[in-house]
Ligand binder design. Structure first.
Ligand SMILES: *Cc1c(COP(=O)(O)O)cnc(C)c1O
Length: 363
C-alpha cells in the first residue's frame, strides 16, 4: 500500500542525525525552551527571510498568540477563509473574538479578496490569510483591502514553509506569520511545534512574554500568560530537518508539477497556481465528482488517499451558533464536497508518482 504520506522513510534515512540531536538535548537537559529552541528560532527566521521567529508549542497556539499580540479580544472580529483547516479559526476564537468566514476563489481555492470588503464591520480588526495546500494566497489583493481599512494581515503558513509570493518567502509578508511543525507538515517536529515570525520586534516581544507564562523575569508575571514554549527536543530535531527543507521542497515541486502535467482525465479539476507565486505542494488536492468512490477505487489499487477537508469551517458544528448556512460560501462548499488528496511526500519514488497518475487517468 502506498501511503498518502509516509514519514518513516525520512526517519530511517536520517535516523542517526535525528538521534544525535535528541541526545544532545538530553545531555544538556534543555527540555523546555532553552538553547536548542533558541538556535532553531534564529535559523528559521533566516530561512523565512524575516527578522524574528519565536518557537511555540504548536500552530494553533501560534495563531492564538498572534491574535493576542495584535490586540484582538472579546467583541472583535477577524476575517478568515472558510476553506482552511479549522485551527485558523480557533486562533481567533481562543483569543475571545469571532471569526468571520469568507469564500475562496473558484480556481485558486484560496481566500477571495473581492469578497472580503462586504464582511468588514466596525468590529473588524484584521484578516488571516491562509497559504492553503502550500499555495500562497493573493497577498497583494488582501493587503490592499487591509490597508484601506486599517486592518492587520496575519499569514497562516502552517502548510507553506518556503513558499513564495512575488519572490518573497511567506511568513514575512504580513504583520505576523504563523507556522506549524506538526508531523506531516513540510517541516515537522517529532511531536508538536510551531513558530511566529515577524519583522516587528514589538509583536515578537509580546509573544515571547505570552508563551512564557506572562513573564520576562521568572516568577514576575507582567500579564496573563500561557505555557506555549517550544520543547528543546523539537527545536533540535527541527534544526536537523531545516537543513533538508530546500531539498524536500524541490522534490515536492517536481512531484506536484508531474501530477499537473500528467493527470489528463477530465473527471479531475486541479488547483490553479498563479504566475506570481511559487507553491510548495503541501497537499495535492483534486476535485472529483464522487470523492468517496475515488478513495475506495484508489484503495482497491493499493494507494491511500484522504480528504482535506470534508466540511468547510463555516458549516462546522462547533460554529453552529454563528448562524452560517449552506450557500454562504459556495466555492468552499463545492471543494468540501468534491476534494480528494493524492499521495505526495518528498520520498515518493518516480515509479510511485507515475502509478498514481496512471490510476487517476484510468479512473
Ligand atoms: C496544521 C494547521 C494548523 C494548526 O497547526 P497545529 O500545529 O496542528 O496546531 C493551522 N492552520 C493550518 C492551515 C494548518 O494546516
Amino acid at each position: 500500500m502506498l501511503k498518502r504520506i509516509d514519514l518513516s522513510r525520512d526517519y530511517h534515512k536520517h535516523k542517526e542525525e535525528y538521534m544525535a540531536a535528541i541526545e544532545a538535548v538530553c545531555e544538556e537537559t534543555a527540555f523546555s525552551g532553552g538553547s536548542f529552541a533558541d538556535k532553531f528560532d534564529k535559523e528559521f527566521a533566516k530561512y523565512c527571510g524575516v527578522k524574528y521567529a519565536t518557537g511555540v508549542n504548536n500552530g494553533t497556539t501560534a495563531l492564538q498568540a498572534a491574535m493576542i499580540a495584535l490586540g484582538v479580544g472579546p467583541g472583535d472580529e477577524v476575517i478568515v477563509p472558510a476553506n482552511t483547516y479549522i485551527a485558523t479559526a480557533w486562533g481567533v476564537t481562543h483569543a475571545g473574538a469571532t471569526p468571520v468566514f469568507v469564500d475562496c476563489t473558484a480556481d485558486t481555492w484560496e481566500i477571495d479578496p473581492s469578497k472580503i470588503e462586504e464582511k468588514i464591520t466596525d468590529k473588524t480588526k484584521g484578516i488571516i490569510g491562509v497559504h492553503l495546500y502550500g499555495q500562497p494566497f493573493d497577498f497583494a489583493g488582501v493587503k490592499a483591502i487591509a490597508d484601506k481599512h486599517g486592518l492587520f494581515v496575519v499569514e497562516d503558513c502552517a502548510q507553506a514553509h518556503g513558499a513564495e509570493f512575488e519572490g518573497k518567502r511567506v511568513g514575512g509578508l504580513g504583520d505576523i506569520g504563523c507556522f506549524s511543525f506538526y508531523p506531516g507538515k513540510n517541516l515537522y517536529a517529532f511531536g508538536e511545534g510551531g513558530s511566529c515570525t515577524s519583522n516587528n520586534e514589538e509583536y515578537i516581544d509580546t509573544i515571547n512574554v505570552l508563551k512564557n507564562q506572562g513573564c520576562r523575569v521568572r516568577y514576575y508575571h507582567e500579564r496573563i500568560g500561557y505555557n506555549m514554549r517550544l520543547e528543546g527536543v523539537q527545536g533540535a530535531v527541527l534544526s536537523v530537518s531545516l537543513k533538508y527543507l530546500d531539498e524536500w521542497t524541490e522534490r515536492r515541486r517536481v512531484i506536484g508539477k508531474r501530477y499537473m502535467a500528467g493527470i489528463t482525465n477530465d473527471k479531475f479539476v486541479l488547483q490553479a497556481h498563479p504566475e506570481n507565486t511559487d507553491p510548495v505542494f503541501h497537499l495535492f488536492e483534486v476535485q472529483v465528482p464522487d470523492p468517496d468512490d475515488f478513495l475506495s477505487y484508489m484503495a482497491r489499487n493499493d494507494v491511500e488517499c484522504n480528504r482535506h477537508y470534508p466540511v468547510p469551517c463555516h458549516l462546522q458544528k462547533a460554529y453552529a451558533d454563528l448562524g452560517y448556512k449552506e450557500g454562504d460560501c459556495p466555492n468552499a462548499e463545492r471543494l468540501a464536497a468534491h476534494c480528494a488528496t493524492l499521495p505526495l511526500f518528498p520520498e515518493m519514488t518516480d515509479e510511485e508518482v507515475e502509478m498514481v497518475i496512471d490510476l487517476c487517468n484510468k479512473y
